[in-house]
Ligand binder design. Structure first.
Ligand code: KG4
Ligand code: ZN
Length: 334
C-alpha cells in the first residue's frame, strides 16, 4: 500500500511516499530554518506563508521522485496535531483538497506518533510493544507503545521540553537557532564536569522531567559572568548542560524500563539526534542486554516519511478523516 504523506506542523514543509509503513519511495523536505534564524525562533505567521508557497511543489516533487502519479497512490495522510495551528492548517487543507479531487482516503496522523514511526523506516525488526522516549522541541514524554496505535504516557515534562531547553541555553550562549545541534557539537570538546548544574527531579513523580530550573541556572551563570566583563568557556558549559539534560532523560527512562519490564527501548523526536543521548542509551542497553533503537539523523527532525509510516498503521486500525477534519494545536498522543 502506497501512502502520500504531508507534514507542515512547524517550519518544515515535507511530503513523502511510503510503502506499507516501512519503505521510503521518496521524501522531500523544504526547510524554512534560514528565514526563522533571523528572528531567533519560528515566527508562526511566516511559517504559514512559506508552507502555502512550498506545499504544491513539495508534493509534486515527492510524487515524481517516487516515479508515480496519483493513480499509483492508495491513500493520503497528513499531520493534523499538535503543532502551530496556522502551519498545520496549510497541510490539512491541502490534503483535504487532494482527497476530494482524487477520491483517495485521507488518514489523519498525530505528529508525535509519526516521530515514533520514523524508527519503523530504519529498523525492519522493530515492532511494539516497546518503551519510547519522545523528545522534541515541544514535548518530552516517556511513552508505552503497547501497539502501533495504542500508547500510554507514563512520564512527561512539567515545564520546558528538552529541545526547548537546549535551544534557549544555546541562544544565551550566542548560538544560532535552532541551537540544540550547535550546543551538541560544542559540547563534544568540552568538560562535562566543569560546571556543577542542578540535576532536577520531580518529587513523587519519578518518570516526570523538569528542565526550566536547569535552563535558568545556565542563563544566570552567563549573565553574572557578562556583568563582571568575563566570558565563560562555551564548550565546557555546553558539555555540562548537555550532561545534565541527558542524565535526567536517561535516568528516568531506564528506571521506567526496569520497573515496567521493557527491554526494547526507542528514542524519537528532534532531540534523539543528540550524540550524548544516543551514546548513553547504547552503552546502558549493551550492558543490560537490552535492544536500543533510534532513527538515522536524516529522520530525527520533521519529515513526511515518518507521517507515511504511522499513517499505514492508523489505516489498518481503521482511522479515516473526512472533510470536517480540523487541525489542533494541542492533542495527547494517547
Ligand atoms: O522533532 P523536532 O524536529 O520538531 C518538533 O517537533 O519540535 O525537534 C526539534 C528540536 C529542536 O529543539 C532542536 O534544537 C532539537 O530538536 N535538536 C537537538 C539536536 N538536533 C535537534 N537537540 C539536541 N541535540 C541535537 N543534536
Ligand atoms: Zn517534530
Amino acid at each position: 500500500m502506497k501512502i502520500l504523506a504531508i507534514e507542515s506542523s512547524c517550519d518544515e514543509t515535507a511530503a513523502a511516499v511510503v510503502e506499507d509503513g516501512r519503505t521510503i519511495l521518496s521524501s522531500v523536505i523544504a526547510s524554512q530554518v534560514e528565514e526563522h534564524k533571523l528572528y531567533g525562533g519560528v515566527v508562526p505567521e511566516i511559517a504559514s506563508r512559506r508552507h502555502c508557497e512550498a506545499i504544491n511543489g513539495v508534493v509534486r516533487q515527492a510524487l515524481s521522485d517516487a516515479g508515480l502519479t496519483f493513480e499509483g497512490i492508495d491513500a493520503l495522510a497528513v499531520t493534523y496535531a499538535p503543532g502551530l495551528i496556522g502551519a498545520l492548517l496549510v497541510g490539512v487543507n491541502f490534503a483535504k483538497g487532494l482527497s476530494m479531487a482524487t477520491g483517495l482516503p485521507l488518514i489523519p496522523v498525530h505528529h508525535l506518533r509519526s516521530h515514533i514511526a520514523s524508527n519503523y523506516l530504519a529498523h525492519p525488526a522493530l515492532k511494539p510493544p516497546f518503551l519510547c522516549l519522545v523528545v522534541s522541541g515541544g514535548h518530552s514524554h516517556i511513552v508505552e507503545v503497547r501497539d502501533y496505535t495504542e500508547m500510554k504516557i507514563i512520564g512527561k515534562t512539567r515545564d520546558d521540553a528538552a529541545g526547548e531547553a537546549f535551544d534557549k541555553a544555546a541562544r544565551t550562549m550566542g548560538m544560532p537557532y535552532p541551537g540544540g545541534i550547535h550546543l551538541d557539537q560544542a559540547a563534544e570538546s568540552g568538560d562535562p564536569l566543569a560546571f556543577r548544574l542542578p540535576h532536577p527531579k520531580v518529587e513523587g513523580a519519578p518518570y516526570d522531567f523538569s528542565f526550566s530550573g536547569l535552563k535558568t541556572a545556565v542563563i544566570n551563570l552567563i549573565h553574572n559572568a557578562s556583568q563582571k566583563g568575563e566570558s565563560l568557556p562555551v564548550a565546557d558549559l555546553s558539555a555540562s548542560f548537555r550532561k545534565a539534560v541527558v542524565d535526567s532523560l536517561t535516568d528516568n527512562f531506564l528506571r521506567a524500563a526496569e520497573e515496567l519490564g521493557y527491554h526494547t527501548l526507542v528514542l524519537a523526536g528532534g532531540v534523539s539526534a543528540n550524540s550524548l543521548l544516543r551514546r548513553t542509551m547504547d552503552d546502558a542497553c549493551r550492558q543490560k542486554g537490552w535492544q536500543c533503537y533510534y532513527p538515522p539523523l536524516s529522520l530525527c527532525g520533521d519529515n513526511g516519511a515518518m507521517v507515511g509510516a504511522q499513517a499505514y498503521y492508523e489505516y489498518l486500525a481503521g482511522k479515516r478523516a473526512d472533510t470536517s477534519l480540523n487541525a489542533r494545536a494541542t492533542m495527547s498522543i494517547e
